[in-house]
Design a protein around this ligand. Structure first.
Ligand code: 5GP
Ligand code: MG
Length: 187
C-alpha cells in the first residue's frame, strides 16, 4: 500500500492585509532612503512578489534593481542547514545603500551568509526587509530592520513562497499541513 500526502492550506494573511502592510513599509523606506542611491536586491525566488509590489510603491528617485539567489531548502520543507550563494549581485554597490528584500528569515542562516559576504563589499549602508519573521526558529542573530509580519514556527506558502516550487502564485500567505493518507491519492 502506498502513502501519498495531501496538502492542506490555511489562510494566514489575505492579499488585502499584505497590500496594506507593504504600503506602510514603502512609506517608511521612502522617508528613510529618499536621498540615497539605492540598490534594491530581490532574494530569489521567494521574495519575487514581495519585491515586485514593494518597489512599485517606492518613490526613491535613484534606485536600481539587483538579484541574488541563495539556496538552503531544495524541494523539502526543512532547511538543509547548508546555505549556498548561487548567484551574486551584478550592480556596483560601492556608493549605494543596499535594500535587501527577503521572503522569510527563519533560522537566520541564509541572511547571515548573505550579510557576511556583503560586509566584504564596500557599500554605504544596508537595510534588511523581510516579509515574514519566524523569530522563534532563529539560530543565528540577524539584524532585520523591517518585518511585515511576525509568524510562528510552521511552513508558509503563497505570495512567492513555495513548497517544491508549488503555490508561489497564490495571492495570499498560507500555512501548509500535510496529511498522510495510506492508499489514497489526492494531489
Ligand atoms: P533561514 O536560512 O533563515 O532558515 O531560511 C532560509 C530561507 O528558507 C528563507 O529565506 C525562505 O526562502 C526559506 N524558508 C524558510 N521558512 C520557510 C517557510 O515557512 N516556507 C517557505 N516556502 N520557505 C521558507
Ligand atoms: Mg528566502
Amino acid at each position: 500500500m502506498t502513502a501519498k500526502g495531501r496538502d492542506e492550506l490555511t489562510l494566514c494573511f489575505s492579499p488585502e492585509e499584505i497590500e496594506a502592510r507593504v504600503s506602510i513599509l514603502a512609506q517608511e523606506l521612502n522617508s528613510k532612503l529618499a536621498n540615497e542611491r539605492v540598490v534594491a536586491v530581490c532574494v530569489l525566488r521567494g521574495a519575487v512578489l514581495f519585491f515586485a509590489d514593494l518597489v512599485r510603491k517606492l518613490s526613491i528617485p535613484n534606485l536600481v534593481f539587483d538579484f541574488c539567489t541563495l539556496s538552503s531548502y531544495g524541494d523539502k520543507d526543512v532547511s538543509s542547514g547548508e546555505v549556498s550563494v548561487r548567484t551574486w549581485l551584478s550592480q556596483d554597490i560601492s556608493d549605494a545603500h543596499v535594500l535587501i528584500v527577503e521572503d522569510i528569515v527563519d533560522t537566520g542562516r541564509s541572511m547571515q551568509t548573505f550579510l557576511a559576504r556583503l560586509a566584504l563589499c564596500p557599500q554605504k549602508g544596508i537595510t534588511l526587509c523581510a516579509l515574514l519573521d519566524k523569530s522563534e526558529s532563529r539560530v543565528c542573530a540577524v539584524p532585520i530592520d523591517y518585518a511585515c509580519f511576525q509568524v510562528k514556527a510552521g511552513f508558509y506558502v503563497g505570495y512567492g513562497l513555495d513548497f517544491a516550487q508549488r503555490y508561489r502564485h497564490l495571492p495570499g500567505i498560507y500555512t501548509l499541513h500535510q496529511n498522510w493518507v495510506a492508499g489514497l491519492f489526492f494531489s
